[in-house]
Design a protein around this ligand. Structure first.
Ligand code: ADP
Ligand code: MG
Ligand code: MG
Length: 212
């Protein structure tokens, strides 16, 4: 049964950095429409700061140690709303996988569930508040369903990425109840939440590097 190892975790973070750099302007544009225009900049800065630290990892490191490194780096470099939220997500994800050397589908679901729960704990958003939770929660639900149906890690990752993209799109018609977009009232309607979009990109990155 294929599992996800430290090498996958590193590939996920590298691919995320690459995709966030490519989407920096697009995420800024989304955030310009219903926020302050910096979400692409924030995410790109944070993930670029992680890259050199990945080079210094010991050979015997674990997925959890990589996730923790991402967490501390995002917390110290991203700022704004997304820094502490994604930082907490990666920190809780690290805690959920502990010192395991590889992750099976159940561990992967635990990782994503802990990430989502960490964001909720920190930001108090519910599904439907038009935040990144609107991408994370459907992703977690789809991942859990796929795992319960016997899917392996790659299929669980793809199910999560698909659901995150659908969730980001499904939240477009909503009014925001958390974050800067909540100040706009009905003017947020019809716009995609930038954090939902970055979450969809991160989860797609994880799926894309599932098999090499
Ligand atoms: P800032 O709003 O401080 O400029 P960013 O632009 O980097 O921070 O991130 C904005 C994103 O953060 C939003 O698109 C939304 O998805 C997410 N966000 C904001 N507040 C919350 C919250 N309370 N809970 C969950 N996500 C939130
Ligand atoms: Mg912003
Ligand atoms: Mg800002």
């Amino acid at each position: 049964v294929p599992t996800l190892d430290t090498a996958w975790t590193v590939r996920w973070i590298r691919r995320s950095a690459e995709v966030l750099a490519t989407n920096r302007a697009a995420l800024n544009t989304l955030d310009r429409d219903i926020g302050d225009g910096d979400h692409g900049e924030n995410m790109d800065r944070g993930f670029q700061a992680v890259l050199p630290k990945l080079e210094g990892l010991a050979d015997e490191t674990t997925p959890g140690a990589v996730l923790k490194l991402v967490a501390t780096t995002l917390i110290s470099t991203v700022g704004g709303a997304a820094g502490p939220l994604y930082g907490t997500a990666f920190l809780k994800a690290a805690g959920a996988v502990g010192s395991a050397e590889s992750l099976d589908a159940a561990a992967l679901v635990a990782l994503m569930t802990a990430a989502r729960d960490g964001i909720v704990l920190r930001g108090k958003a519910e599904e439907g508040d038009k935040t990144m939770i609107d991408a994370w929660s459907p992703a977690v639900n789809a991942a859990a369903s796929a795992q319960a149906a016997g899917s392996g890690v790659a299929a669980v990752l793809h199910a999560a990425a698909d659901a995150a993209e659908q969730g980001a799109q499904a939240a477009e018609p909503l009014v925001a109840r958390k974050g800067r977009a909540s100040y706009l009232g009905e003017r947020a309607i019809g716009h995609r939440d930038p954090g939902s979009q970055s979450t969809a990109l991160l989860l797609r990155a994880g799926a894309d590097v599932a098999l090499v």
